[in-house]
Design a protein around this ligand. Structure first.
Ligand SMILES: *[C@@H]1O[C@H](CO)[C@@H](O)[C@H](O)[C@H]1NC(C)=O
Ligand SMILES: *[C@@H]1O[C@H](CO)[C@@H](O)[C@H](O)[C@H]1NC(C)=O
Length: 189
């Protein structure tokens, strides 16, 4: 029994060692400043990453989440900032005439259309897919490649903050999930 426990513990620690030795995230770079959630310029690894939204008051959750939700895939919504559609500058990226590449929807497009959504009686937006960087053509946000960098096709940190503040000022909420479980699938590519 004791040797079984020792073997299990050794196997577990070996798995963790292998896993963490492979864990990577982009380090800070001035090129990514508009999308990088990590603001620690000198950090050498993810454990030293750090970031904040200065002077942003916390918005408490509603007492009851049984409110009308609107679920959307941001890329398929409204293109409010055409300049970010080809953020990677590749040929396999933005083409609104097909359903295989990006359409161009972004945080700004959603923000410009909140009147319409609010008039439906909606209280919370549920974003399908993650906000994190994806392959150039991957519009759905289901293959995040790095949890410290926003997808440039969807807008900058500033545009996301404007959207969140606008939602809150209307008494609305934003609900996101990171799609952590999808990362392995995306890394196989
Ligand atoms: C930023 O990274 C440095 C390592 O260069 C570390 O010493 C420091 O604690 C980090 N700052 C924060 C706020 O985590
Ligand atoms: C796409 O652009 C981002 C942001 O500059 C960059 O980190 C990423 O490596 C690019 N991806 C490809 C496949 O070019």
């Amino acid at each position: 029994m004791a040797s079984f426990l020792v073997k299990s513990a050794t196997l577990l620690s070996l798995s963790f060692t292998l896993y963490f030795s492979r864990t990577q995230a982009l380090s800070w770079s001035a090129d990514h400043a508009l999308w990088n959630l990590n603001q620690n310029e000198t950090a050498t690894g993810p454990l030293e990453y750090w970031g904040e939204w200065p002077a942003h008051p916390r918005t408490p959750s509603p007492a009851n989440w049984r409110v009308p939700f609107y679920m959307l895939t941001l890329d398929r919504y409204v293109d409010g900032q055409p300049s970010n559609n080809d953020a990677n500058g590749t040929v396999f990226e933005n083409d609104w005439t097909t359903n295989q590449f990006r359409f161009g929807g972004d945080a700004k497009g959603l923000m410009n259309n909140l009147d319409w959504i609010q008039d439906l009686g909606i209280k919370a937006i549920y974003f399908s897919g993650s906000p994190f960087i994806n392959q150039p053509w991957a519009s759905d946000g289901f293959g995040p490649l790095d949890f410290t960098l926003l997808d440039a096709h969807h807008g900058t940190i500033i545009e996301w903050r404007e959207l969140i503040e606008e939602l809150h000022s209307r008494g609305m909420y934003a609900v996101r999930k990171p799609e952590v479980q999808m990362q392995c699938a995306s890394l196989r590519v």
